[in-house]
Design a protein around this ligand. Sequence first.
Ligand SMILES: *Cc1c(COP(=O)(O)O)cnc(C)c1O
Length: 365
Amino acid sequence: MPSSTVLEIDLDKIKYNTSQVVERCHKNGIEVIGVTKGFSAIPQIVSAMVEGGIDGLADSRIENIIELREKGFTQPITLLRIPRLSNVREVVQYTDTSINSEITVINALAQAAKELKKIHQVILMVDVGDLREGVLQENVLGIAQQITSFKEIKLVGLGTNMGCFGGILPSSLNLGVLVELGSAVEKLLGFKLETISGGGTSTLLLLGNHEVPAGVNQLRIGEGILLGTDTTNYRKIRWLHQDAFLLRAEVIEVKSKPSLPMGTIGRDAFGNIPEFIDIGVRKRCIVAMGKQDVNIEGICPVDKRLTIMGASSDHLIVDIEDSEHEINVGDTIAFSLAYSGLLSVSDSKYVEKLFKGSTWANDQA
Ligand SMILES: *Cc1c(COP(=O)(O)O)cnc(C)c1O
């Protein structure tokens, strides 16, 4: 049965965005890891990233990584969330590298690697201010030393994450701290680190301004490649496509109604008390898509004259009073997506995925 809600994915635009990011990074001696968690690692999109020249792949969920391996992706893959103690075996089996900050977990990874007769690579995460994962700066040398005691673990580098919890932006200052810590670790351990991983999409702005300190040689990019945006810096990346993804959903009611609900206001379907401003009678429509399909805060009508008024689990109410063309029942309305919108629709079974720009892609879905 066809679904009325469709996520259109332009694989050529994703390939283009990837190649642009890769080109700019390579010019500066930086490798690019393509982050696949924002779209649940849909294989056609991963292939577009690979065709765009990505140096490796990364995801925060081992389930996505296992699927990629089963689909035949042989690229180096990094697990981007600290492994759970309960699944270190899969991590060693299916990934090349994981990011870590807990010696207990690294110890368990080492045991699993021993059993599987493998070497597992570790990037030690350092917290330079955002306060999500990572060891504090003063503990880096001690933990790096401890990691070298595990024969089956190879400490390949240091990394940091930014803009996720504390909203801290990367800067030449905090990335400089990471590079310096890397040098200190090299001095202490007597070998070179392969990787200094300096963040994600938000570091691209620094790169453009030539402010990424020498020594940073890896970025882990998701949002920029997918959406051409950089939410943390609140900007569009002008040299990338912003419309590789488009969400289309069908209109099921069109009516002019007052803007104030009539009767006693209780709670809405999600327990909130809704508030309304009286702007008179407005033409509005209901779209057959709701909070079960998509994070409403993460979508925006492509036609800027339309505004989202609200949503329940299966209905989206859109003000279409100012629309320049007539909207009828059965028409579709197009929405652009932010990262949170993309995240929510990519693994929804109610949203059909339609691939554009590559002939083989749809047969493989
Ligand atoms: C999600 C994630 C990224 C990718 O971030 P973008 O802003 O989408 O480029 C990079 N590193 C880590 C650790 C992540 O969890």
